[in-house]
Ligand binder design. Structure first.
Ligand SMILES: C[S@@+](CC[C@H](N)C(=O)[O-])C[C@H]1O[C@@H](n2cnc3c(N)ncnc32)[C@H](O)[C@@H]1O
Length: 362
């Protein structure tokens, strides 16, 4: 393998580890970097660049121990050479675990999601690589859905980074923001205002922590206090069932975003009500005078919603409710495919995600 390819494979291995990719994916990349086996060179790389590093000074103990265990088992099974340092690191971790069992019982895991612009990508020539640090539930089945990172938000983030002009200098509001990855991307491409919302309070607390992990100022109920801060994101409680028309009327985003928010048929009518109020064109104060040279100027607010269709009935129920509310829903997945900024993320199935563009005719 050429030296440049090896360096790229090793970089992917490191980024997959920092992103908390499933152990099977990390092992697969380790094998690839060693051209079929986890060589002593790859093991040294793992020790120096992965297992000894941590996200924001926080160690993901259980995760790291699992990866080490799986690697040692695989190499031994194939009668390869396990370097002494790898055994020592594993033994050290097992000893610490025996001394302090709580060390391995963290409810949250820290992930670093790195968006890598590829050299042959011409959709986003100005993009420099971007890293988002996130605290996510260590077991998504036990945590709230909003404390996990879902493929739709990876897709929506790639879309934002691929087409920054759509969002830059616009007021962007996300519904059901979860861990807040989309907000970090919107801030990166210089949206004029970023408002993240969620209807679950523990998710909102975790989201605010994530904004701070990424050095963003968090505004909530008192956004005016943050006027002087340029890197700011507002994090607000917004339940689709509870929010009133007047609360929604006070909020006039140019762009509404959502990732994996259409999955519960009970929530669909409430979500459609929120969307149709936010997308109303009457009274829209956006750039509609036609004098701007901005090719992304629009006649009214637009929503971009990324979804994985797990249940066709739920999706059809959304389509019907949207049509009744005079919303036009267009699937733009194939026309506006984002660039692949996450080449190391083997667990992310980009093809499972669809992107909807929604506008209102009223
Ligand atoms: C599947 S998660 C997706 C989270 C994030 N957008 C992502 O893709 O990683 C759905 C999110 O919508 C929020 N949510 C669900 N129902 C809601 C409702 N009725 N009102 C407000 N937020 C809601 C949840 O708290 C959760 O954060």
């Amino acid at each position: 393998m050429a030296a440049q390819d090896t360096a790229e494979q090793l970089l992917h291995l490191k980024l997959a580890f920092l992103a908390g990719e499933p152990p099977a994916s990390v092992l697969s990349l380790a094998r690839k970097a060693g051209e079929g086996s986890i060589t002593p060179h790859v093991q040294h790389f793992l020790l120096e660049n992965c297992t000894s590093t941590n996200v924001e000074g926080r160690q993901n103990c259980t995760y790291t121990t699992t990866i080490l265990k799986r690697i040692i088992a695989e190499i031994e099974l194939s009668s390869g050479i396990v370097i002494d340092e790898l055994y020592e690191e594993f033994a050290q971790r097992m000893l610490s675990k025996a001394k302090d069992p709580l060390l391995n019982k963290a409810d949250y895991i820290y992930k670093e999601i790195s968006f890598l612009p590829s050299s042959d990508d011409n959709t986003s020539p100005g993009l420099v690589s971007m890293v988002a640090r996130l605290s996510c539930s260590s077991n998504m089945l036990e945590g709230d859905t909003g404390c996990s990172l879902w493929p739709s938000s990876l897709f929506l983030s790639e879309f934002i980074l691929s087409y920054p002009k759509i969002f830059s200098k616009k007021c962007c509001l996300e519904l059901g923001s979860g861990v807040g990855l989309v907000g970090i991307c919107l801030n990166h491409i210089a949206a004029s205002k970023v408002i993240l919302t969620d209807g679950d309070s523990s998710t909102l607390t975790n989201m605010k922590e994530n904004m701070e992990l990424n050095n963003l100022c968090v505004g909530g109920e008192h956004p005016k206090l943050l006027d002087e801060c340029t890197n700011k994101v507002e994090c607000k409680y917004l339940s689709w069932e509870e929010v009133s028309e007047s609360d929604l009327g006070g909020c006039q985003p140019d762009i509404v975003l959502g990732a994996d928010i259409i999955y519960d048929p009970i929530c669909v009518p409430h979500l459609v009500r929120v969307l149709s109020t936010m997308l109303r064109r009457d009274g829209y104060q956006g750039k509609t005078n036609g004098t701007s040279s901005d090719e992304f100027v629009t006649e009214g607010p637009i929503a971009y919603i990324a979804i994985v269709v797990r249940n066709v009935d739920t999706f059809n129920c959304f389509g019907k409710a949207a049509a009744d509310a005079k919303l036009s829903v267009v699937n733009i997945t194939s026309n506006a495919a984002p660039a692949n900024f996450l080449p190391y993320m083997l667990s992310y199935d980009r093809s499972s995600v669809q992107l909807l563009r929604i506008t209102s005719s009223s």
